[in-house]
Design a protein around this ligand. Sequence first.
Ligand code: UDP
Ligand code: XDX
Length: 333
Amino acid sequence: MWHSNTTVSPIVEAWTTYRTGRAGQWTPEQLAVAKRHDRVSVVIPARNEQATIGAIVATIRAELAERVPLVDEILVVDSRSTDATAAEARRAGARVVSQDRITRGLPRMEGKGDALWAGLAASSGDVVAFVDGDLREFSAHFVTGLLGPLLTDSSVEYVKGFYHRPLIGPVSVETDGGGRVTELAARPLLNLFFPELAGFVQPLAGEYAGRRRTLERIPFVSGYGVEIGMLIDLVDLVGLDALAQVDLGERKHRHQGTEALGRMAAQIMVTAWSRMHRRGLTTDPVPPSTLLTQFRRGGDEALPNLDRQIAVADTGVTERPPLSSLDRRAVAA
Ligand SMILES: O=c1ccn([C@@H]2O[C@H](COP(=O)(O)OP(=O)(O)O)[C@@H](O)[C@H]2O)c(=O)[nH]1
Ligand SMILES: O=C(O)[C@@H](COP(=O)(O)O)O[C@H]1O[C@H](CO)[C@@H](O)[C@H](O)[C@H]1O
C-alpha cells in the first residue's frame, strides 16, 4: 500500500470517482440496443502489424459485428506498411485504407497521429473507437468498455482505456513494467503542467473512443504526440467532466526499444510544450529544438574519446487541423 503525505486534488479525486468505469459494466447486447441510430466505427492504425492485425479484426468482427450488431465499420489504416498488414486485415474482414491515399491532397506528415487522422476522415461512425494494431491477446471487451460510457451517457464525449501493462521481455515479464514513456515522461508532464488530467491512469493508452462531432473539432498531432495532444486539447475543448476512463484489465503489446521510446518521449515533450505555450505557461516564445541526439555503442565518429555512434533524429511534430475546419473534398475518401 502506498502512503503519501499529500492527497490527490479534490477535482481529480471527484472526477476519478464518477468518471471511472470498468469494461464488464456493459455487454455487447446492451450496447447494441443503447446505440439506437448511432453508427459505430473501430479504427485501427497499423504499421507492419501482420502478426496481430488479423486476430484483432476477426475478434471484433465475430463478436461485435456478426454476433451482435454493435460495430458497423472496422477500418484498418495501413500506415506505410512494408509487410502483409493490409492483406491480413482484409482477410479478417476489415476495410483497409492507406494513410497516404487519404491525405494525398495534403502536406505529407508522419507517424501514428497522421494515420489516426486519416482513419477518422475515412470512417463514418458517429462514435469512433481507436485500437492499436499490435495488441496481443486482444479481447472484444476492449471495445465494449470504450463504447459503454459513450452509448449510455450523453454527457460523455470521450473515453480513455486503462489497464495493467506488463513489460514482456525475451526471457521474462515485468508485471507492471510497461508504459515506460507514460511513467517517465507523460505522467510527470501532465501532473506538473496539466494537473486536471492527473486522474487518467493511462494517458498514453492507444485505446480510446469519442463522438465524431468532438473528435473532428480537435487537431491531431503527428507521430507519437497524438495521445497527449488529444487529451489536453479535449479537456480544453469540452472540459474534464465530458471525459471518462474505463478499466480494460490488462494490455499486452509489442514493445519498442529504449532508443525508439526516447524519440517518442521527445515528441510527447514537444507536444506538451506547445500546449503549455498555448496556455501561456512558457515565457520563451522561441520553440524548443526538435533535434534529439542519441548515442549508440560502437561507432566510428571522428570525435575524440567518444567511442560511440551518434544518432540525430528530428523529433519535431506537426499537426493535422480539425477535420471540421477543412473542406472535406480536400480529404480523399
Ligand atoms: O507511423 C506509425 C506508427 C505506429 N502506428 C501504429 O500505432 C500503434 C501504436 O504504435 P506503436 O506500437 O509503435 O507504439 P507503442 O505501443 O510501442 O507505444 C500500432 O498499431 C502501430 O502499428 C502507425 O499506424 N503508424
Ligand atoms: O505508454 C507508453 O509508455 C508507450 C510505450 O509502452 P511500453 O513501455 O512499450 O509498454 O506506449 C504508448 O504510447 C504511445 C504514445 O502515446 C501510444 O501511441 C501507444 O498506443 C501506447 O502504447
